[in-house]
Design a protein around this ligand. Structure first.
Ligand code: NAD
Ligand code: MG
Length: 330
């Protein structure tokens, strides 16, 4: 049985006399830094010299230093720069590692795929919130939290697990529940999730259903409301009460269509492709492809990004969302 840890299982006091260097002030970085600071932890944000975030960190009332300076001062060094940038940032902090310091990750990619190889005399652990950074911050401010995974890769101090729980407590995640996993399980399941459902699967389903309606002559605005806008309302119900609450809420006709047609969309061929994608993750083929793509200045990535931004559903969406002023941009 899996253990789930809550506030009562964590000792925030373990971080009391420690300094935490949060490297990066993007989606995760700003949320970790601010939540830890509000929990009474001594935080310094590490940025590269001339970063446009520098003033923002000061305005948010936090200490800021260059990456090497922050790492030199810190007991815990937290990697919240993009995964593809972490190996290069690691070379900058490496001279400042001392026995017993901790390297903290929010995703296991670089450790699992060998892009960062820490010495044996530091702790290496993960605290990975299962949420975008902005929600991590907002939920903390509302006295709530988002769930997180913790994992210990290397326990030099003998306290790595307790420190991971203390850190999870500091960012508010022990309010919601913290699961213990491994770097391998977190990385592989995270990549699988974002490729197959959360990002890749769902955007492909939205576009394919929208295009099918529009090709058949239906009004694009109607197709947008049906295939994109309403998705949030359906997902909110699933999030709140599982598939059952959603099915309870929709009409019998919708539920009959769901039960009989859903399996025809996600059929055996689609499941086979899911298994293939999982294999590519497990063998490191995906990691290798992405690392090489990034090193080549991401030509494919940039081209795909551009093409996707120009998809008609994005134009229609921008127009329709303007008429819904309550959809504030975050
Ligand atoms: P991000 O792209 O939002 O932010 C990156 C930050 O790093 C920015 O502040 C950027 O200015 C800074 N940066 C970039 N290059 C730098 C350099 N050379 N030196 C110093 N700073 C530099 O990144 P993110 O999405 O917050 O991801 C950070 C980590 O968190 C990754 O390991 C990611 O896998 C993990 N993670 C992200 C999310 C998420 O919702 N975004 C969720 C869970 C885990
Ligand atoms: Mg994820």
């Amino acid at each position: 049985m899996v253990n789930i840890y809550y506030d009562r299982d964590a000792d925030l006091g373990l971080l009391k006399d420690k300094t935490v260097a949060v490297l990066g002030y993007g989606s995760q970085g700003h949320a970790h830094a601010q939540n830890l600071h509000d929990s009474g932890v001594n935080v310094v944000v590490g940025l590269y010299e001339g970063s446009k975030c520098w003033q923002r960190v000061l305005d948010d009332g936090l200490a800021v230093a260059t990456v090497p300076e922050a790492a030199a001062r810190a007991d815990l060094i937290v990697f919240l720069v993009p995964d593809m940038v972490q190996p290069q940032v690691y070379t900058q902090i490496k001279p400042h590692l001392r026995p017993g310091k901790a390297l903290v990750f929010a995703h296991g990619f670089n450790i699992l795929y060998g892009q960062i190889k820490p010495p044996a005399d530091v702790d290496v652990f993960m605290v990975a919130p299962k949420s975008p950074g902005h929600l991590l911050r907002r939920m903390y401010q509302e006295n709530k939290g988002v769930p997180a995974l913790i994992a210990v890769e290397q326990d030099y101090s003998g306290k790595a697990r307790a420190m991971a729980l203390a850190y999870a407590c500091g960012i508010g995640s022990t309010r919601a529940g913290v699961l213990e996993t491994t770097f391998q399980e977190e990385t592989e399941s995270d990549l699988f999730g974002e490729q197959v459902i959360l990002c890749g699967g769902i955007t492909a389903l939205i576009k394919a259903s929208y295009e099918t309606l529009v090709e058949a002559g239906y009004e694009p605005h109607v197709a947008y409301f049906e295939c994109l806008n309403e998705l949030k309302l359906i997902v909110d119900l699933i999030y709140e009460g599982g598939l059952s609450l959603m099915r309870y809420s929709v009409s019998d006709t919708a539920e009959y269509g769901d039960l009989t047609r859903g399996p025809r969309i996600i059929n055996e061929q689609v499941r086979e492709e899911m298994r293939k994608i999982l294999k590519e993750i497990q063998t490191g083929a995906f990691a290798k492809e992405w690392i090489l793509e990034y090193k080549a200045d991401a030509p494919l990535f940039n081209a795909l990004r551009r093409r996707e931004r120009e998809h008609p559903i994005e134009k229609i969406g921008a127009e329709l969302r303007q008429m819904m002023p309550w959809l504030k941009k975050s």
